[in-house]
Design a binder for this molecule. Structure first.
Ligand code: ADP
Ligand code: ASP
Ligand code: MG
Length: 409
């Protein structure tokens, strides 16, 4: 007997008919003699609607407001957990729903983007051992103060992997609206190819660089706890993509996948004094404001003794970031500040980069041929990212997909 955690995303539970379909997937695992804990998202579109209600009422500038945000936006998952449990009852399958606080799944108090600190597995094991299916509302937890928290958009993936780790489950199946992890978002590149396997490390990079198919923290958690994760579709009966260790893939292609993100904005400061301490003076206040700076580039023009600094921050934090920078203007003595929201980050990812040369060059040449200007570049061992005008996002992704021959197996 195996213990399986199944997670169903918003499109898989979008209406009652689809919830019935989900119940058949649960039954299939039970018929194999397995124990099943299910994690559900809100019906598709529901979380967006709840967020919109909150934003209509509040600019969300205080911790108290964010606590209420969580109270509201967590509610979509409560509905689907109850509905799926009811549906299972109707099929003669014993089941019970759990909200985050009922497990409990304890998180920190960072409302809106809380991190999980622990999950109580004992009670859940009892329920499973008694022959019931546990249906868990994803995306939500409870703070040490007893308030409802949410784990950031896409957070049900993390709920599922965390639950799988806590229960020491044999596998965590993430059911979504595509049949696995693709070489890039199949919604923008027709020739995108489904991968049978992908390394945890590559999936972590792709997720953090914008591939929404798994929430970044879920991959991080799977990697740290050795959780076996499979991404597959709830709309057909076929194998998906398995997250594996690097040595389980025999031959690595030059790159494995391409991700893009439209979530960042660019800030450029011109003629910052070229003396020690300027970067610390600039990025310190941004860190204090809890703003994640991503790409950074600094150019010194030899004759002026001044330097231009360009960096990116999440679009949602732009206003906040500008305030923080203006607060240190007297120290930095920059001449002007420019911002650009119309940017996108396109990244190529692959562990094959470690052993193949000329990969960045192929990327730059491909973009040059399409006349796409590169604004900022950043690299790590297994990725190269470029910042470009948002208007060219899809063109860039398609051109790179072709240049690296990712449609070919
Ligand atoms: P769910 O509601 O099931 O959590 P999401 O919308 O969060 O589903 O994630 C699935 C979506 O991720 C797909 O519909 C697809 O458009 C997008 N996506 C982006 N990059 C990839 C990729 N490399 N492989 C598969 N899907 C991707
Ligand atoms: N319903 C939440 C969201 O839309 C969590 C999730 O679907 O994973 O972000
Ligand atoms: Mg998702």
């Amino acid at each position: 007997m195996a213990l399986i955690v199944q997670k169903f995303g918003g499109t898989s539970v979008a209406n009652i008919e689809r919830i019935r379909n989900v119940a058949t997937k649960v039954k299939k695992e039970l018929d194999l003699g397995n124990q099943v804990a299910v994690v559900v998202s809100a019906m598709s579109g529901v979380t967006n609607q709840l967020v919109a209600y909150v934003q209509e009422l509040s600019p969300l500038t205080s911790a108290a407001a964010w606590a209420e945000y969580d109270q509201v936006v967590s509610s979509g998952e409560q509905v689907t957990s109850g509905l799926l449990a009811l549906c299972l009852h109707e099929m003669g399958i014993p089941a019970r729903s759990f909200s985050g606080w009922q497990m409990p799944l304890i998180s920190d108090s960072a409302h809106g983007k809380a991190r999980i600190s622990s999950i109580e597995a004992e009670a859940m094991h009892k329920v499973l051992n008694s022959g019931q299916v546990a249906v868990v509302a994803g995306f939500q937890g409870m703070t040490p103060e007893g308030r409802v928290s949410t784990l950031g958009r896409g957070g049900s993936d993390t709920s599922a992997v965390a639950l799988a780790a806590a229960l020491k489950a044999d596998r965590c199946d993430i059911y979504t609206d595509v049949d696995g992890v693709y070489t890039t978002d199949p919604r923008i590149v027709e020739g995108a190819r489904k991968l049978d396997k992908i390394t945890y490390e590559e999936m972590l990079e792709l997720a953090s660089l914008g591939a929404k198919v798994l929430q970044t923290r879920s991959v991080e958690m799977a990697m740290n706890h050795g959780v076996m994760v499979q991404v597959l579709t709830s709309f057909a009966d076929k194998p998906g993509t398995l997250l594996v260790k690097e040595e389980e893939i025999v031959e690595h292609k030059r790159i494995t996948g391409i991700a893009y993100s439209r979530d960042e904005a660019r800030i450029t400061l011109t003629q910052v004094a070229n003396i020690p301490g300027m970067s610390a003076a600039l990025f310190g206040p941004l860190a204090d404001a809890n703003i994640n700076v991503d790409m950074i580039v600094q150019n010194v023009t030899e004759d002026s003794g001044a330097t231009d600094i360009t960096f990116t921050v999440p679009k949602a934090d732009l206003e906040h970031a500008l305030k923080a920078v203006q607060g240190v203007k007297s120290t930095l003595k920059y001449k002007s500040m420019h911002t650009d929201r119309n940017v996108a980050k396109v990244s190529i990812v692959g562990v094959g980069m470690r052993s193949h040369a000329g990969i960045a060059q192929t990327m730059f040449k491909t973009l040059a041929e399409k006349n796409i200007n590169i604004l900022v570049i950043s690299t790590s061992e297994i990725k190269v990212s470029v910042l470009i005008s948002e208007d060219y996002t899809e063109l860039a992704v398609r051109a790179l997909h072709a240049a690296f021959e990712l449609e070919k197996a």
